[in-house]
Design a protein around this ligand. Structure first.
Ligand code: 5GP
Ligand code: ZN
Length: 113
């Protein structure tokens, strides 16, 4: 499948790895919007959070757990962070492989644009 993030998972496209296990891969965003900006993605292709159902919902909890571990390791646990997944056109999704942005290291505004 011609998917950018599948290619990052299998190493066809290089990335700066933050974390990896059997289920997920995490790497630095190429265009950081905060001092700390990484993406956490399932290794298995899921187009977006709209595809989450009973067969694959466990991955979402796993991603949140991994994010908490990364936060503690990268010293953003205390300051806090934002974990967000954009879905579809109006959600601002530009890559069709579900990914969670993890942003921290500065005071993030709400609501987002
Ligand atoms: P979206 O807009 O779909 O929510 O987020 C896609 C994110 O992927 C963007 O923040 C963008 O900077 C990042 N991105 C796009 N292409 C690449 C790439 O080749 N490598 C890395 N590390 N990040 C990418
Ligand atoms: Zn993919």
């Amino acid at each position: 499948m011609d998917c950018l993030f599948c290619k990052i998972v299998n190493g066809e496209i290089p990335s700066k790895k933050v974390y990896e296990d059997d289920l997920v891969y995490s790497f630095y965003d190429i265009e950081p919007q905060a001092p700390f900006h990484i993406l956490i993605i399932p290794k298995k292709h899921i187009t977006s959070a709209l595809e989450i159902d009973d067969s694959n919902k466990d991955i979402v909890g796993h991603i949140f757990k991994v994010a908490a571990e990364i936060a503690k390791e990268h010293n953003i646990a205390e300051g806090g962070y934002r974990l967000v997944t954009n879905v579809g056109k109006d959600g601002g999704q530009t890559v069709g492989h579900m990914h969670f942005h993890m942003l921290g290291g500065r005071n993030l505004q709400w609501p987002p644009g």
